[in-house]
Write a protein that binds this ligand. Structure first.
Ligand code: SF4
Length: 220
């Protein structure tokens, strides 16, 4: 990857991010504090896509921060990918909220919001051209694999994504954190199995070149 190509991608993402920061296509465009466009390496081999920003993300304008973000960082490190080597974003760039009368609670994005925001995600994919997309949670997975996708039955399987890029889904870190005791260990094992598939896919050319397979440990 030449420096010129990297700079070109950085500029394209900056331009798109500026447009998103002005976008008001959905109602949540008016209630957000910050648009959360995405962040990471513009030349990343792996793109991680979650459903949408939560409260902390909305406050800071960054994807996957707070507890779920910390767990995502550990998940990525468990397959030897520091966060800064990955590109991280969401299906929608504004925080979907539900007014409970006392506070704004997080909710999943609606199909309309995801449709409205999809061109921004497609543009990110076009610019970055990752080798693998990892969808976190059912809403993100469905946005690639269709409404009938079942996160419990079909996570860990490869699908053809945009431009033929392989997509795989696993549980969202926030879902992992909601589990307790043995249930959490079981879910972590499933996520770990999915992450190993991502690592293996990313290793493919290196394996052809004769490099040794690496050993990884379950994230803690
Ligand atoms: S969710 Fe996406 S399409 Fe909707 S207002 Fe925000 S940036 Fe625009």
């Amino acid at each position: 990857m030449s420096l010129q190509d990297r700079l070109k991608r950085e500029r394209a993402l900056e331009r798109a991010s500026a447009i998103v920061s002005q976008c008001r296509k959905c109602g949540i465009g008016a209630t957000r504090r910050n648009a959360v466009y995405g962040e990471g390496d513009p030349c990343a081999q792996l793109m991680v896509v979650g459903e949408g920003p939560g409260e902390t993300e909305d406050k800071l304008g960054r994807p996957f921060v707070g507890r779920a973000g910390e767990l995502l960082d550990k998940m990525l490190l468990s397959i030897d990918l520091p966060r800064e080597d990955v590109y991280i974003c969401n299906t929608v760039k504004c925080r979907p909220t539900l007014d409970t009368g006392h506070r704004l609670a997080n909710r999943a994005p609606t199909p309309e919001e995801m449709r409205n925001c999809r061109p921004y995600l497609d543009e990110q994919i076009d610019v970055i051209r990752p080798r693998v997309i990892l969808a976190l949670g059912a809403p993100a997975a469905k946005s690639f694999m269709g409404e009938k996708f079942s996160i419990t039955k079909q996570r860990g399987q490869w699908f053809d994504g945009p431009s033929g890029i392989p997509v795989i889904a696993t549980f969202h870190p926030a879902y992992v954190l909601r589990q307790t005791g043995g249930a959490m260990t079981e879910v972590k094992k499933l996520v770990w199995a999915d992450l190993k598939k991502v690592r293996a896919r990313l290793n493919e050319p290196a394996a052809k070149a004769g490099s040794k397979p690496e050993q990884h440990r379950l994230f803690e």
